[in-house]
Design a protein around this ligand. Structure first.
Ligand SMILES: [Zn+2]
Length: 176
């Protein structure tokens, strides 16, 4: 299953989609093909190029309200598959609410972190500063690039130039 990388009008990576979806976007004039594969895409009456990277014609703002759902896989990937408190990457990882739910903490990207099971047990119902388990940096919503990597285990070479170096700026743009 070939996937297509979708860029915002600003060239920031947004997500991935199917070839069929990319083709519809291009056909409707909503996107342009930035990279194509040397492989014709045959339809009933004509032949089209095979989109590999497309760019939306109009800039799409990604509102915080529709930020991606939190999954353990995306959370652990955001935190580098390490406990944010002690740094271990071995053992069972868990999802920890920085401000515990029992104390009004929400299930939002800015309030969840990856924690090893022992640290999660130790922290219990307390806040990080109450138990001297400081966070090195405040958690935030991951950049779209993370979800592109999760959706595409093997990133095609020709996508790389569009994905590298954009992680941080894309993330700050999304949380601005
Ligand atoms: Zn830990």
């Amino acid at each position: 299953m070939q996937q297509v990388l979708v860029l915002n009008a600003s060239y920031e990576p947004l997500n991935v989609c199917s070839v069929r979806r990319a083709h519809v976007l291009v056909w409707k004039g909503k996107a342009e093909v930035v990279e194509e594969l040397d492989r014709p895409l045959r339809a009933a009456s004509s032949t089209f190029s095979w989109p590999h990277v497309i760019r939306l014609v109009t800039y799409v703002r990604v509102p915080r309200a529709v930020q991606r759902r939190i999954s353990r896989r995306a959370l652990f990937a955001r935190d580098g598959w390490r406990c944010v408190y002690c740094g271990t990457s071995s053992g069972r990882l868990t999802l920890d609410h920085v401000v515990p739910r029992s104390r009004g903490g929400d299930s939002v990207w800015e309030n969840v972190v990856t924690s090893c099971a022992p640290c999660n047990m130790r922290k219990g119902n307390r806040l990080p500063h109450e138990i001297e388990m400081p966070l090195r940096k405040p958690p935030r919503a991951p950049a779209p690039v993370l979800f592109i990597h999760l959706a595409t285990p093997k990133i095609p070479n020709r996508w790389q130039p569009y994905l590298t170096g954009l992680g941080d700026s894309a993330s700050s743009a999304a949380t601005a």
